[in-house]
Design a protein around this ligand. Structure first.
Ligand SMILES: [Zn+2]
Ligand SMILES: [Zn+2]
Ligand SMILES: [Zn+2]
Ligand SMILES: [Zn+2]
Ligand SMILES: [Zn+2]
Length: 447
């Protein structure tokens, strides 16, 4: 990390400002001769972030549990305190205009120490409530939330949802007409069969988890009475049947999953019509590492080897796996393994040009990028299978409740149902919890 050196002005002039597809390279990194792409601005902030120096370098598995944090374990990113051991320094929580001279000196020292720990990170920063230590959004895993809090929030949200779905069953609410809604060709599967399958798979899933986890799990697989049936049509023409909890959200407004990866809203997976080429996507987060044993391969002149096998989250939102050297950790960064001075780059590009017709367009584009970056190891991008299976949902049809409401359910005797919190009461309780959550996270993000 310390061997980053600014390049000369004339060398800087020769470096391209953008990649072949027009994506700008990070202006900060470019001054060090490193060509790191800027990420498409996430959200509404407008300013892009650099894929190499603002992406997290901790893995999800580096996060402390709540118990470990309370027991005083330091941050696994920087080794500094997470929860303040004693009284916070007196400048914490004060506006810098009101610092005494001593406080200003203490604050500036903390600031210098932070810069020393994170000399190049151009990422967000955060601090826990009551602590004088600043953590880096690139290097330091976010602080955990207490398990009780998670349970409380989840129960509250599930309770409110179930109540609304039961109400919709009683009222016979159909939901507003939707632009994608139409009659689809063919017919739905027999209701009794779908119901039996649902009940069986629900029971099997609940049996497989510990008793203590069962409520949480039950919330994500609701009772059959809460489920609504749909048929959807995909862009490839296929028609698929789906179940959702209630009718508040139509199937095209949800995120479904495919082979363990979440899909984008408005899409569903199809194994029969995958894209001809698998696209490359930027790795956004490294989640967990396991290991993989590779057999020897004579053609590649490689002996047997055990490598790191990371579950990664990509810029498209999908999950994939990526192979790295066994001991590699995201904080080791992506090392440049080939020179990328203009002459070298031009030479490699011309060699690639010669075989251009025999490679896929997406592979070609990616290899050009690798050449310009000097072949980073591990590659900050990887192919995304889920992207190649995802199909837009182009139309859907309501089938009806998985368990049709009975006449008694449709006209309940007054005062029979136990009093339920109103929607605004629930919203208030959620707001209070969220405020507490934000406080716990000490989400004091600033640049
Ligand atoms: Zn950068
Ligand atoms: Zn830290
Ligand atoms: Zn950092
Ligand atoms: Zn299909
Ligand atoms: Zn993808």
């Amino acid at each position: 990390m310390a061997d980053r050196v600014l390049v000369s002005k004339s060398a800087l002039k020769k470096l391209p400002m953008t990649a072949a597809d027009g994506t700008p390279y990070c202006p900060k990194c470019r001054t060090y001769g490193e060509l790191n792409l800027m990420m498409a601005a996430a959200g509404s902030t407008g300013d892009g972030e650099c894929v190499a120096w603002s992406l997290p370098v901790y893995a999800e598995s580096d996060r402390l549990t709540y118990e470990q944090m309370v027991a005083g374990e330091p941050c696994r990113g920087c080794g500094q305190e997470l929860l303040a051991g004693g009284e916070p320094p007196s400048w914490v929580g004060k506006g810098s205009l009101f610092y005494t001279d001593d406080e200003r000196a203490a604050h500036d020292a903390a600031e210098r120490a932070f810069k020393q720990r994170h000399p190049f990170c151009h990422a967000l920063r955060w601090r826990m409530q009551g602590s004088g230590v600043t953590h880096c959004a690139r290097c330091c895993p976010p602080a955990p939330l207490s398990p009780g809090k998670w349970r409380q929030i989840s129960q509250l949200l599930t309770g409110a949802r179930d109540h609304r779905v039961q109400q919709a069953r009683r009222d016979g609410t159909k939901g507003d007409p939707h632009e994608l809604e139409r009659r689809l060709p063919g017919r739905a599967r027999p209701a009794a069969l779908v119901l039996r399958e649902y009940r069986q798979s629900r029971a099997a899933t609940l049996d497989a988890v510990d008793v203590g986890e069962r409520d949480l799990m039950a919330a994500s697989i609701p009772e059959a009475e809460l489920m609504f049936r749909w048929r959807i049509q995909l862009d490839c023409g296929d028609i698929v049947e789906l179940l959702t909890c209630g009718t508040e959200r139509v199937p095209s407004a949800m995120s479904w999953s495919w082979a363990g990866s979440p899909m984008r809203e408005g899409t569903y997976g199809c194994g029969g019509h995958r894209a001809a080429e698998t696209p490359y996507q930027q790795v956004r987060r490294y989640l967990r590492r396991s290991t993989l044993h590779l057999e020897a391969d004579e053609k590649l002149e490689r002996g047997p080897e055990t490598v790191g096998y990371w579950t990664v989250e990509l810029a498209c939102g999908h999950r994939e796996h990526q192979i790295t050297p066994l001991r590699w950790h995201p904080r080791d960064g992506h090392r440049q393994t080939q020179p990328n001075d203009p002459r070298e780059v031009a030479e490699r590009k011309s060699r690639l040009e010669a075989i251009k017709d025999s490679v896929g367009a997406l592979d070609y584009e990616h290899w050009i990028l690798q050449i310009e970056q000097g072949r980073l190891e591990p590659d900050p991008m990887t192919t995304c299978e889920t992207c190649s299976y995802e199909q837009p949902i182009i139309a859907f049809q309501r089938i009806g409740w998985l368990v049709p409401p009975t006449a008694a359910e449709a006209s309940p005797a007054p005062n029979q149902a136990p009093p339920q919190p109103t929607r605004s009461e629930l919203e208030h309780r959620v707001a209070v919890l969220e405020a507490e959550l934000a406080r716990l996270k000490g989400a004091r993000k600033h640049r």
